[in-house]
Ligand binder design. Structure first.
Ligand SMILES: [Cu+2]
Length: 177
């Protein structure tokens, strides 16, 4: 058997967050070596540099992990208890909302799936009581449901109702009282 690389090094290589913290760790070590001294001033400077490095690292993480295109459910909140009928509001980032019809890149309309999994990319969103289409370009609707716990999934799909996939979906759980 060959020698396997240390697991924590593997993880640092794959995970941008871990990699950023690893970089900060390196910066901190270097900073300490360069300006190491027992004076209060130097210690404060070290802390300031450490804080700046951490802030930069976190900012980097945020921009790296944020998808350019996403669908959200602005209302209700995940885990909310609502009384029927209740309002559902969709949010979209990086794509345009348009009426169903033509297939236009980075454009489409919202769907609300009730207790259904996201639709595989490229597959058509079915028309059913559990698959509601908002082909007029609506960004909000009223939903009537019997009391119970439901999984609500916002699914974005193109003008021909072909799903943009799980990456363009968002699922929440709500309790209807
Ligand atoms: Cu549709």
């Amino acid at each position: 058997m060959g020698r396997a690389p240390a697991p924590h090094l593997l993880r640092i290589g794959r995970d941008p967050l871990a990699f950023n913290f690893f970089l900060i760790f390196l910066i901190l070590r270097k900073t300490h070596m360069t300006i190491y001294s027992t004076t209060h001033f130097s210690r404060r400077l070290t802390l300031a540099v450490a804080g700046a490095a951490l802030a930069l690292g976190l900012a980097g993480c945020a921009s790296m992990n944020e998808p350019a295109q996403a669908v959200t459910l602005l209302e209700p909140a995940d885990g909310a208890t609502v009384s029927s009928p209740f309002k559902v509001r969709f949010g979209i980032k990086g794509m345009a909302v348009a009426e169903a019809g033509d297939i236009v890149a980075n454009s489409g309309h919202h769907h609300l799936l009730i207790n259904q999994a996201p639709i595989t990319k490229g597959e058509s969103v079915p028309f059913s009581d559990q698959h509601l289409h908002f082909g007029k370009g609506q960004t909000e609707t009223e939903v009537k449901l019997a009391p119970g716990i439901y999984k609500l999934t916002a699914q974005f799909a193109n003008g021909a109702h072909q799903s943009y996939g799980a990456g363009m979906s968002r699922t929440i759980t709500v309790t209807v009282k």
